[in-house]
Design a protein around this ligand. Structure first.
Ligand code: GCB
Length: 600
């Protein structure tokens, strides 16, 4: 489903606010008919995770029930009514006025249900049962039986996710009612190509069976149009843009693409979205955007903030872009799940290069639940590519973070995922991030090698020079074996804010800053290393574990409340941020003052 928008043919109602909430630790709600409205509820904010709003439920992962009442205007009784959830972690089952609408599995991707039959003019009740429990047959998994083949340096945690971030639960992004005209546009896929003169924009439209579409592309002096009929509800049109204003990190030029449908000459639906004209390619050991080599400078990050947990918080999104731009970053990876659609929109506008990652973190390949996990990984890959394919900021798909791929079963499964992503979107490189270094056999079928490496922390802790030497060796070995572009997608050290030590010592701000500086120096000295993402932009909440004081991962270069540590100042110096950056790149000229992405 397209991102919900209001226009002359489409209506929206945002259901954010205080909902009713009831935890269901005994899992009695289904049998007791809570779908008709859970009893004895407390207020809860939506969107947001429940764990830090209601501290007695911090470690409770579900099931739990949400309910909200809303009034529908009588005028809304035409067309098709959808209820759209931008994300719910992890399982959601939804009823309107007691009628079951459907269920969805997976914590970070949108879904919608048709509520045309169930809704009525006047008062309505929407009920959602959310189950965020961790299990081996979910993705990401939890409760994974320990095995030497699946070893992961960060485990084990309480709650027992096979990943290093807190398993926040609930309705974490916006919920909206969307009123669409009958036969509305369902999907628009935009694929720009720079082959031939100018730029070619291929637009595929789904929906609108029996109608005609007018497609326009406007901006930067261009005003192009094409016409197509949709007898069976699909059509592809092509527009050639002479002298295109290309999208790039330095000049994030966007055009506006609009599709307008009419039937018998009567207009009945339209949808507009920004598009960027650019292409991405791997050429030997280089990553190219518009034929020019790029080098990624940036971070892994988390959607994480006090009280709201993993809830959608627009001010934090703005602040995080300010922080990244302040240090001179031009890139991030959506570690370790798809970020909000609004975050992706701003990446397009700011000119960030994004490695877009599915929620497949901590994957293991032992038999228990393997078939189901594989199905879910494929479903999430499909859903992510469908959601984000029109964003120029996405320069690669990452299909897993640190899969425990030593088992022989792993390779065929990972290859199937890579093949799936390439068949859905042949225009972008596909990758996964691994901690196995040159032992990662899956790199053979990835376009770009993404290495997560903690020399100076989990290995060679306290020994910065040894860490630098080992990283240098490992990069050269990987390069000799694969001859592909390499991105150092994770490296860093925990630094407890305000803890200082000279000479530098692990957990001090000095140690974190010097280690990052030294490892970046190594990465920079290798022409085939095309990017470096420091782990992490900000400190973030994780499960409790002996190596996680305060239930926190302190590898942020900013604190959880977004104050800089020494490492943030260091990066600002290294990445060459200029003073007085405009908050939004209003024009390409102003944007040209920002770093050109040529070094990291
Ligand atoms: C990793 C993981 C990341 C962890 C990080 C750490 O390799 O990909 O999720 O948070 O290490 O700090 O241990």
């Amino acid at each position: 489903m397209l991102y919900p928008k209001i226009n002359e043919y489409r209506e929206l109602m945002d259901l954010s606010g205080f909902w009713d909430f009831r935890a269901d630790p005994g899992d009695d709600g289904l049998a007791e008919g809570w779908a008709e409205g859970p009893p004895r509820c407390v207020p809860i904010a939506v969107p947001a995770s429940w764990n830090d709003q209601l501290p007695s439920l911090r470690d409770f992962l579900g099931p739990a029930w949400y309910a909200t009442r809303f009034e529908l205007p009588r005028a809304w009784h035409h067309g098709r009514l959808l209820v759209r959830f931008d994300s719910v972690n992890y399982l959601a089952e939804v009823w309107m006025n007691g009628k079951r609408l459907g269920s969805h599995e997976g914590g970070h991707l949108p879904f919608s249900f048709d509520a045309t039959e169930a809704a009525r003019a006047g008062a309505n009740l929407l009920v959602v049962r959310v189950d965020g429990r961790l299990a081996p047959d979910r993705v990401p998994p939890g409760g994974v039986p320990p095995s030497p083949l699946d070893a992961f340096p960060s485990g084990p945690f309480f709650p027992d996710g096979s990943f290093d971030f807190f398993p926040f639960c609930g309705i974490q992004r916006t919920v909206r009612l969307c009123l669409l005209p009958e036969g509305a546009i369902e999907r628009i896929e935009v694929e720009p190509s720079l082959a031939g003169p100018g730029a070619l924009v291929r637009v595929r439209i789904d929906g609108g069976a029996g109608s005609s579409a007018r497609v326009t592309l406007a901006g930067h002096g261009a005003e192009l149009a094409a016409q197509a009929d949709l007898p069976s509800g699909e059509a592809t049109v092509e527009l050639r843009v002479p002298g295109p204003a290309l999208w790039s990190c330095e000049t994030p030029n966007l055009y506006e693409l609009s599709v307008a449908l009419s039937r018998g000459g009567v207009p009945f639906d339209s949808y507009s979205l920004p598009v960027g004209l650019r292409d991405v390619a791997v050429d030997g050991e280089r990553l190219l955007v518009n034929g020019r080599p790029v080098r990624l400078k940036g971070f892994g990050r988390h959607e994480d903030f006090p009280v709201a947990g993993r809830g959608f918080l627009p001010p934090v999104i703005v602040r995080d872009y300010e922080l990244m731009r302040w240090v001179g970053a031009n890139s991030f990876r959506t570690t370790h799940y798809p970020y909000s659609e609004e975050m992706m929109d701003l990446a397009d506008r700011f000119g960030f290069l994004v490695i877009d990652e599915t929620p497949a973190v901590g994957l293991f390949f032992a038999e228990a639940g393997l078939t189901r996990r594989s199905e879910l990984c494929a479903a999430f890959t499909r859903e992510l590519i469908e959601r984000d394919r029109n964003h120029p900021c996405v320069v690669a798909w990452s299909l897993a973070n640190e899969p425990h791929s030593r088992r022989p079963e792993a390779l065929a499964r990972l290859r199937a995922l890579v093949d799936l992503a390439k068949s859905l979107d042949p225009s972008r490189p596909v990758t996964l991030a691994s901690y196995l270094g040159s032992g990662e056999e899956a790199f053979a079928f990835c376009d770009v090698v993404c290495l997560n490496r903690y020399f100076g922390w989990y290995e060679a802790g306290g020994r910065i020079e040894e860490a630098a030497g080992r990283l240098s060796e490992e990069l050269d070995t990987l390069h000799a074996k694969l001859s592909k572009p390499i991105i150092l997608t994770e490296f860093g050290a925990d630094a407890v804010p305000g803890f200082h030590a000279e000479p530098p010592e692990m957990f001090s701000e000095e140690y974190q800053a010097r280690l990052i500086e030294r490892l970046l120096e190594v990465a920079r000295s290798k022409p085939y290393v095309v990017g470096a993402h420091v782990w992490n932009l900000c400190d973030f909440k994780t499960g409790q574990a002996v190596h996680r004081a305060e239930g926190m991962n302190f590898k942020g270069v900013f604190t959880r409340d977004r104050r800089p540590k020494m490492a943030a100042h260091l990066l600002r110096r290294l990445w060459g941020a200029s003073e007085a950056r405009p908050s939004l790149p209003a024009t390409p000229d102003r944007r040209a003052e920002t770093p050109d992405g040529s070094a990291f």
